[in-house]
Design a protein around this ligand. Structure first.
Ligand code: PLP
Length: 432
């Protein structure tokens, strides 16, 4: 049984959890406790020395949270994972573990707005510089565009597998090859496809981050994040002393030497999560896991509904343009098909006439909700330029793939005929 490679539908339900040893409970218990009793003083010492695995305090680890970590690691085909209070916290955990003052990051320009702010503004306060790459230039490949931005002090390459809301598909394999040729890890935000549609680690990425708030949780109820480590990156290539030298933050542990292929996760947990404290609550981990159990089913339906919406919009006279890489005539459709099982529920379009009719469309929706989340059961609509990407100037917005007239839709799980009805009546209202 142990050597069987289970399918994602099975992993989504079982990975990381067996019936509770103490009570026999089949569903995952919520271990709503801050702390865990030591067997003895020696046991406590061994736990603190990282010589034995076990729980000490829920800011570091918790059994309910661990089930989520193991399940997402299994779905991503990763070696280990660390959960966090939100997707932003997962990104911060990966970057703050990896980087120090004087380092440089090469990042895709087309990213979630909060991530652009973290990279361009927040990391700058710690002396870390970021170059943004336009991964949509027609004159160079994505690999060439990323390679050109790498410097001697670059320590990470960062991108989204499927950009929110730009929907730019990253050529993960090609960009991973570039990163590795320079001795750098590739970090991928895989929030939009979710681990059911795309596994960046299998394509060469080294670290994956998720906003579990979106499709993993799936019901618009709970914030959370997860960072997954692939376990294949050679941290002893001379560029990452924090992985190989004794840790000043955790009594001299050499994380790579001691923990090998899960050394980065251990370091993220013991040096970053433990110190900055953005831990996920057990209650939230449990709620996210409820969502994860149905992730494969939901993603199939999100993709099917979104494709129908994209095809409807393509032929609608009120619509100026549609961006959904699941459409066969999309310029990145072949790349998407090579890397992903589907294009997710996210799509973007422009209402003819620009911003004003776009806003009218949003305000005329009947059950589609005007808000800034994605990956909910409900269909959600928003205007990124005035909301999620509002903090960026117009050049940054364009570089993030945000056009002034862009309407973003996260297509939900309602009946597709009803979604098309609501879109049609809102488009009619926008034209009036
Ligand atoms: N990454 C992507 C692609 C996102 O869309 C978001 C949120 O919208 C985040 C990260 C941040 O996640 P959270 O809101 O859970 O902090």
């Amino acid at each position: 049984m142990n050597d069987r490679k289970f399918q994602p539908e099975t992993l989504a339900i079982h990975a990381g959890q067996i019936p509770d040893a103490a009570t026999g409970a089949r569903a995952l218990p919520i271990y709503q406790t801050t702390s865990f009793v030591f067997d003895s003083a020696e046991h406590a010492a061994n736990l603190f020395n990282l010589q034995t695995f076990g729980n000490v305090y829920s800011r570091l680890s918790n059994p309910t949270v661990a089930a989520l970590e193991e399940r997402v690691a299994a779905l991503e085909g990763g070696r280990a994972a660390v959960a966090s209070a939100s997707g932003m916290a997962a990104e911060a955990m990966a970057l703050m573990t990896l980087l120090q003052a004087g380092d440089h990051v090469v990042a895709a320009g087309a990213l979630y707005g909060g991530t652009v702010t973290m990279l361009a503004v927040s990391l700058a306060k710690f002396g870390i510089e970021v170059s943004f790459v336009d991964a949509t230039r027609p004159d160079v490949t994505q690999a060439e565009a990323f390679a050109a931005a790498i410097r001697p002090n670059t320590r990470a390459v960062y991108a989204e597998s499927l950009g929110n809301p730009s929907l730019v598909v990253l050529d993960i394999q090609a960009v991973a090859e570039v990163a590795h040729a320079h001795g750098l890890p590739l970090i991928i935000d895989n929030t939009v496809p979710s681990p059911f549609l795309c596994n960046p680690l299998a394509l060469g990425a080294d670290i994956v981050v998720h906003s579990a708030t979106k499709y993993l949780a799936g019901h618009g109820t709970t914030l959370g994040g997860v960072m997954v480590e692939g376990g294949k990156f050679p941290w002893d290539n001379g560029k990452f002393p924090g992985m190989t030298e004794p840790s000043a933050g955790y009594h001299g542990v050499r994380f790579y030497e001691t923990f090998g292929d899960f050394g980065f996760s251990m370091r993220a947990r013991m040096e970053t999560l433990r110190v900055y404290g953005a831990a996920l609550s057990p209650m939230s981990a449990w709620q996210i896991l409820q969502g994860v159990e149905t992730l494969p089913l939901r993603m199939e339906r999100h993709c099917r509904n979104a494709l129908a919406v994209a095809q409807f919009l393509q032929t609608h006279p009120q619509v100026a343009w549609v961006n959904y890489p699941g459409l066969p005539d999309h310029p990145q459709h072949a790349l998407l098909q090579r890397q992903m099982r589907g294009a997710s529920g996210l799509l973007a379009f422009g209402v003819k006439g620009g911003i004003a009719p776009g806003v009218k469309f949003i305000e005329s929706a009947r059950f589609m909700s005007h808000l800034v989340n994605i990956g909910d059961t409900r269909t959600l609509i928003s205007h990124p330029a005035s909301t999620t990407h509002r903090q960026l100037d117009e050049a940054q917005q364009r570089s993030a793939g945000v056009l002034p007239d862009m309407v973003r839709i996260s297509v939900g799980l309602e009946h597709v005929d009803d979604i098309l009805w609501d879109m049609d009546q809102a488009l009619a209202a926008a034209a009036a």
